[in-house]
Ligand binder design. Sequence first.
Ligand code: NAD
Length: 356
Amino acid sequence: MINIVIVGYGGMGHYHSTRIKTLPGYRLCGIFDIDPERVRLAVGDGIRAYASKEEIASDGSVNAVLIATPNDTHGEYAEYFAAAGKHIICEKPASMTHEAFDAMAAAADRSGVKLAVHQNRRCDSDYLTAFSVIDGGKLGRVYRIDSRVMGANGIPGGWRKKKRRGGGMMLDWGVHLIDQICYAGFTAPKTVNCRYSHALGFEVDDGFELTMLFDASEEQKNRYFPEVEINLEVNTNAFIKLPRWTVFGEKGTLTLDDFETGGRMTVYMRTDELLLAEQRGNGLTKTMAARPESGVRSIAVENLASDYNRFYTAFRESVENNAELFVKPGEVGRVIRIMETAAASAKKGRTIKFKD
Ligand SMILES: NC(=O)c1ccc[n+]([C@@H]2O[C@H](COP(=O)([O-])OP(=O)(O)OC[C@H]3O[C@@H](n4cnc5c(N)ncnc54)[C@H](O)[C@@H]3O)[C@@H](O)[C@H]2O)c1
């Protein structure tokens, strides 16, 4: 049984509480928050509020904590609760630097407790669908993948706009999008080029465009070109939405519209129909004319089903049966190092090599 306390009962802490209450093998022991308003809310929700971290540490009935505080406080709590012998789920990004994460992981190792970082978007069905379509082969070998998330709400919340508190979209959404790419097998970019957006005038990035080039591994070569371009984009000031995913293969293109609704792939068909030049704008073109109708096939793509409880189940399995963690510390550290390389590229204004 995972007897867990949630540290930080804000938006995400509350969300975790609603999920955990329904999970077999979990018992929500309580929460801890420094904001009396959030404490009142928890008590109103029928949840015990711990008065301090010391009270949680000394409660022998608690064997795990879930850290859902602002990003600059994760390390301090993780090291404290590791020393107290509590297993840890930590929200993403686990930390703002790879050194800080290494210290968290080392503290967990020293105390023999599990440290699992909540990279939940590995289970997003749009993500699973995109890579399953690639593996299915209908697109031919893939040479470019665009993954983007777009909103028009700016950056919500106070701490998210502060650099020293770990705000900014790279640390917020970049960590998810990069983790998805690494988890799909693209772990070591050759080069990284990143441009941060400051369109909204905050001290932190309100979005970014990140291009990474990868060499396909031997195992990937039947599905990918030898060199694969992966573009990640986060935009918080876009009043329209471009597709969540666009995947370019030699024989077709896939678009998935958003997180839920799926999309379509348009694939190459051999045709004897002639390609005719058309007027497009104020000129004539064959290159940009529509492909003859018999020369393409459009296939609807539905999102795959996904087990949204997988992270929690795997954490319980790792605590109770020493099973492998779903999100391993080495994977977390790597994503943080890619984010650091992206930040360095944005600062220098040029492409830089990723040091593995
Ligand atoms: N994995 C995901 O999908 C996802 C989604 C949203 C947020 N998050 C992560 O969850 C964490 C929290 O984000 P949020 O959106 O819930 O923020 P939030 O501001 O809504 O909540 C943070 C809570 O922590 C409390 N808090 C602040 N400092 C504290 C401290 N020192 N000790 C105890 N409590 C403290 C605040 O009072 C607040 O209630 C962040 O790390 C964020 O990146 C993850």
